[in-house]
Design a protein around this ligand. Structure first.
Ligand code: BES
Ligand code: MN
Ligand code: ZN
Length: 506
């Protein structure tokens, strides 16, 4: 027992050390370096601006090498050159021909991180003065993209990258006053995204409802938020049978984590509710084994809402925000939900469970009701890895957005583009609600036909008052990427933090 307790404490301690790469990123005055390792942005195949000045220092050798390599400076393309005197290494990263906007700057930073992954020790200087940058502090966007692009999850590898040498110090040479924008704002946002990647990457034996709460508390330590936690007894006392029921088959009891950040005076808060299934076996409606390991990431929505509130609170955004993480482990056992079971939710509405694998909507039905009665939100947004169907519809380019309030949906789609993510609207119509009519209760948790993403949205929507401004984000299409992007390495993406963060800034 003593030993077990020690192990548990040790796990919590290692768990609280953030996986944020502590690679140092510094901002310095722009100048053309005389030597060392440098990174250049190339707008098309012509060497203009800084690239022209560097080329002059190399006596034209750079231009000759670029020509020989047929490098055209296309967006996110890269070329590494060694030993072009007086430099040890020159990395060229294409930024395309268009004026350099914020997404291009971030992608440039992310691609640079990928290219420099194996560069250890000393420093690398990134020259950043693109002729036509459209964003004010675009060097901060480069740094942000670099952070996001250098994410890795190697906590459980015996031989970590770090042990092969300290990462190089990154020095961004630019005169656009980006240092405070990065240090007091975007670096926090990167940390929020890291949390939203770490939690789903962690295995289910490490992250369960209580340990998720501990990790969220560690993240939020030192920022001005109020944290409360409802345990399994509280959930039962509040008649949150739907949420409690999903977790009751597991030895790890469910939790509702509530984080309040009140930086916006007395305006009604925005409430974000995240699905936090720490592992989804399907329950008695057991999933097949193929790919089941990825269900350790079924807490993606919860991790996104916590990462978002962290970033807003850390930079002291003037907004009132509440994040709810509906946490449970969906396990089969003698105490688990059965198909056909009927439960009473906090709202009083009853649910017939047709599939114990449609569990995300169950925990969220109580969470969105809790949000409405306790906070009267100006806007309610739920975020969930809810259905496999959304990925079949949208691939991994977009998350799905659903709702009854078109203005909110339009705004979310727009900010998702600005934030370098992507949202696409899918239908939510009366007949999706009709499909949920149950013979034995008020609603059933899944349709008998093909399980669709719209039915899932309608289920959650049937616990949201019609006049409540609400949107449902189904992130199951984008939460895990098989192929990386510049600012999203392969694996769990943390998708949604950047979009929600951008939304809060409006
Ligand atoms: N967590 C899954 C959805 C999911 C699938 C997320 C693949 C990420 C990748 C969810 O709980 C689920 O099992 N959904 C079912 C719903 C059905 C039983 C109505 C689905 O999509 O098949
Ligand atoms: Mn499921
Ligand atoms: Zn699930």
């Amino acid at each position: 027992m003593k030993h077990g307790l020690f192990l548990f404490v040790a796990l919590l301690i290692t768990a609280s050390s953030s996986a944020l790469a502590d690679q140092s990123i510094q901002f310095e005055r722009f100048s053309i370096p005389d030597a060392g390792r440098i990174v250049l942005a190339l707008q098309g195949s012509e060497l203009t601006g800084a690239a022209a000045d560097v080329n002059a220092r190399t006596q034209g050798a750079l231009a000759a090498a670029v020509k020989e390599a047929k490098f055209k400076g296309k967006k996110d393309k890269k070329l590494t050159l060694y030993g072009i005197a007086p430099y040890d290494r020159i990395d060229l990263i294409g930024v395309g021909d268009e004026p350099v906007d914020r997404n291009t700057a971030e992608d440039f930073g992310g691609t640079t991180a990928g290219v420099l992954k194996s560069v250890k020790g000393g420093s690398v200087q990134i020259l950043w003065n693109p002729g036509e940058a459209t964003d004010e502090a675009s060097a901060a966007r480069v740094a942000f993209g670099f952070r996001l692009g250098s994410y890795k999850f190697d906590r459980y590898k015996e031989k970590k990258d770090k042990e092969q040498g300290e990462p190089a110090t990154i020095r961004i040479l630019s005169d656009d006053g980006s240092a405070p924008v990065f240090n007091n704002d975007l670096d926090y946002l990167a940390k929020g995204v890291y949390f939203a990647r770490d939690m789903p990457s962690e295995p289910g034996n490490v992250i369960y409802p209580e340990s998720f709460v501990a990790r969220a508390k560690a993240l939020l330590d030192g920022v001005d938020v109020k944290i409360s936690v409802l345990d399994e007894k509280d959930l039962q006392r509040l008649n949150m049978e739907a949420h409690y029921g999903v977790g009751k088959g597991s030895a790890r009891p469910p939790r509702l984590l509530i984080v309040e950040y009140m930086g916006g005076g007395d305006e009604a808060p925005i409430v974000l509710a995240g699905k936090g299934i720490t592992f989804d076996t399907g329950g008695i409606s057991l999933k097949q084994n193929k790919g089941m390991w990825a269900m350790k990431g079924d807490l993606g929505g919860a991790a996104v809402v916590i990462g978002t509130i962290y970033a807003a609170a850390a930079r002291e955004e003037k907004v009132n925000l509440v994040a709810l993480a509906a946490l449970a482990e969906n396990m089969p056992s003698d105490r688990a939900n059965r198909p056909g079971d009927v439960q009473r939710t906090m709202s009083g509405k009853t649910i017939e469970i047709l599939s114990t694998d449609a569990e995300g909507r169950l925990v969220l039905s109580d969470a969105v009701h809790y949000a409405q009665v306790n906070y009267e939100p100006s806007v309610l947004i739920d975020v969930a890895t809810l259905t496999g169907a959304v990925g079949r519809a949208l691939g991994d380019d977009y998350a799905g957005v659903f709702g009854r309030h078109q203005a909110l949906i339009d705004e979310l789609m727009q900010v998702s583009r600005t934030a370098n993510e992507g949202l696409w609207q899918l239908p939510l119509e009366d007949h999706h609600f009709e499909q949920l009519k149950s013979d034995y209760a008020d609603v059933k948790n899944s349709d008998t036909g093909d399980p669709g993403a719209s039915t899932g949205a309608a289920f959650i929507g049937s616990f949201v008052k019609e006049e409540q401004v609400w949107a449902h984000l189904d992130i199951a299409s984008v939460d895990k990427l098989d192929k990386g992007r510049p600012t999203m390495p392969k694996g769990f993406s943390g998708w949604g933090v950047r979009t929600l963060d951008e939304y809060l800034r409006r």
